[in-house]
Design a binder for this molecule. Structure first.
Ligand code: CS2
Length: 475
């Protein structure tokens, strides 16, 4: 008979509120903060907020908010119980309680992992999408729905109460992520109260950060396997690879956890780290996800075990991405690529291509389209990345190569499916190039890109993803 994981949470107040309590944050930021707090003997407890579903709260509550983080290496696993959460709130159930938690005097950091689409911005420009239903709601109601809405209303409370400085720390995979959050928050604040927007610009810090750790969604089979191995039933464990990187701009408005004691790097300029990670990791992750899914591969490790894709991804790094990328100080991009290849091939990590394929309209601009735009401007050919865009277009048609339905998850899913109403490669590509919220202007008007993408899509539909990838690698 196995026992249930239970702990008694500490009664000290949380000094961090985190919006978006998914598996990624629990296996990355929360773990680093827990280790840092232990190393420095400081209390940096976290109040987690789920913006949508009560599921994580319901699983964690009977455990006293503790959970197991399981590191899955190619040669074995290690488990650790993480006790850094002090409470979990579910925003739609208790929006006022969330605002109160964010406006508590002892809170010094509000961090976020709300995924790309959670910022309600236009991915191609970084600007607030004022027509977004949640933003329209948040403009009209004091109890918000969106992450920017929660930030603005909580900062308004902090200002009214004369509280000390606070730092908003974005931990999502966006280019210059702190700037994106600052811009959407100040734009939304200005629409509600221009003086509040000025106060935010003067007092709140929005450091940039680059986050990295591969953390697939936890499945029921994972929970059962952990229980069989340890004799402990944890309803909400997180499973992650050994690798972890967190590079944070050293610009906090007030106190912060000493995360450098737990392996995080504090630097003056995060941008080169962010670009490297978004383009070399996330860009190839998305490319492998679409091409791998269409070829019938369930996970990234399965896709990497296919020699066609193992060779294809090497070509993406070597010939298409690295030539137009500036390396961060002291980093060898070739070695970084080889480390990524090993991480992807880790057979213990079952990261589904379907999971990574989600929300492509929000991911492609910073992961793939930015490299394509820069490479084309510099005259470098990018056939592999162009094929990846074609594979995404095929994926969002909602039908795979065998004619089976694909469960497409994307905020633009209806618009994307409409590109395929009367399939004609040139018309589908033209429709895509007109999606101004996704396609940067430099590419929208690039006739050569239009021609190459149309040709790539035509071949992809004729011969399939695997043969197309092989053709790119071997010419
Ligand atoms: C992945 C990322 O789901 C995705 O889109 O590309 O979650 C990726 O695993 C992380 O960014 C790795 O740090």
């Amino acid at each position: 008979m196995s026992q249930r994981l239970t702990r008694t949470p500490a009664h000290t107040p949380a000094r961090i509120v985190h919006l978006g309590l998914g598996a990624f944050f629990r296996a990355h930021g929360a773990l680093v903060i827990a280790r840092a707090a232990a190393a420095a003997d400081e209390n940096w407890g976290i109040t987690g907020v789920s913006l949508r579903s009560p599921d994580t709260r319901d699983r964690l509550k009977p455990q006293g908010w503790a959970y197991t983080a399981v590191e899955l290496g190619p040669d074995g696993s290690r488990a650790q119980v993480v006790e850094i959460l002090r409470d979990v709130l579910v925003a739609p159930e208790a929006p006022a309680a969330v605002l109160e938690a964010m406006a508590a005097p002892e809170v010094a950091v509000i961090s976020l992992t709300v995924t790309e689409k959670g910022y309600c911005h236009e991915p191609a420009t970084g600007r607030l999408d004022r027509s977004h239903p949640d933003i329209r709601h948040d403009l009209a109601h004091p109890l918000p729905r969106s992450a920017p809405g929660y930030l603005v209303r909580a900062l308004a409370l902090r200002r009214a109460r004369g509280l000390g400085p606070v730092t908003v720390l974005c931990c999502d995979n966006l280019p210059e992520n702190g700037r994106v959050v600052r811009d959407v928050v100040t734009e939304l604040a200005a629409l509600i109260d221009p003086a509040l927007a000025d106060w935010i610009a003067e007092t709140v810090a929005f450091p940039l950060s680059m986050v990295d750790r591969i953390v697939p969604a936890t499945t029921a089979a994972d929970i059962a396997r952990l229980e069989a191995a340890t004799g402990i039933h944890d309803a909400a464990p997180v499973l992650h690879e050994p690798f972890l990187q967190w590079v944070i701009e050293d610009r906090f408005a007030g106190p912060r956890p000493r995360v450098e004691a737990a392996g995080a790097q504090l630097v003056a300029d995060v941008t080169p780290f962010e670009h490297m990670k978004l383009r070399m990791l996330n860009g190839t992750h998305s490319a492998l996800a679409y091409l791998g899914y269409l070829s019938g591969h369930e996970t990234i490790a399965d896709t990497m075990a296919d020699p066609v894709f193992a060779a294809f991804v090497q070509g993406l790094w070597r010939d298409e991405i690295i030539p137009v990328l500036d390396a961060p100080p002291g980093v060898d991009l070739g070695a970084y690529a080889q480390a990524l290849a090993s991480r992807y091939a880790n057979p213990a990590i079952r990261h589904r291509t379907w999971q990574i394929a989600m929300d492509g309209s929000q991911k492609l601009p910073q992961r793939i389209l930015s490299t394509i735009a820069e490479a084309r401007a510099a005259g470098h050919p990018v056939p592999g990345l162009t094929l990846a865009v074609a594979a995404w277009l095929r994926y969002v048609s909602g039908k795979d190569e065998a004619g089976e339905a694909i469960d497409v998850r994307d905020p633009l899913a209806p618009e994307l499916a409409a590109l395929w109403r009367d399939y004609d490669p040139a018309a589908t590509v033209d429709g895509f190039l007109q999606l101004t919220q996704v396609v940067p202007p430099a590419l929208a008007g690039d006739a050569g890109f239009r021609r190459d993408l149309t040709a790539a899509l035509t071949r992809l539909v004729q011969q399939g993803a695997r043969a197309s990838a092989r053709e790119v690698t071997h010419g």
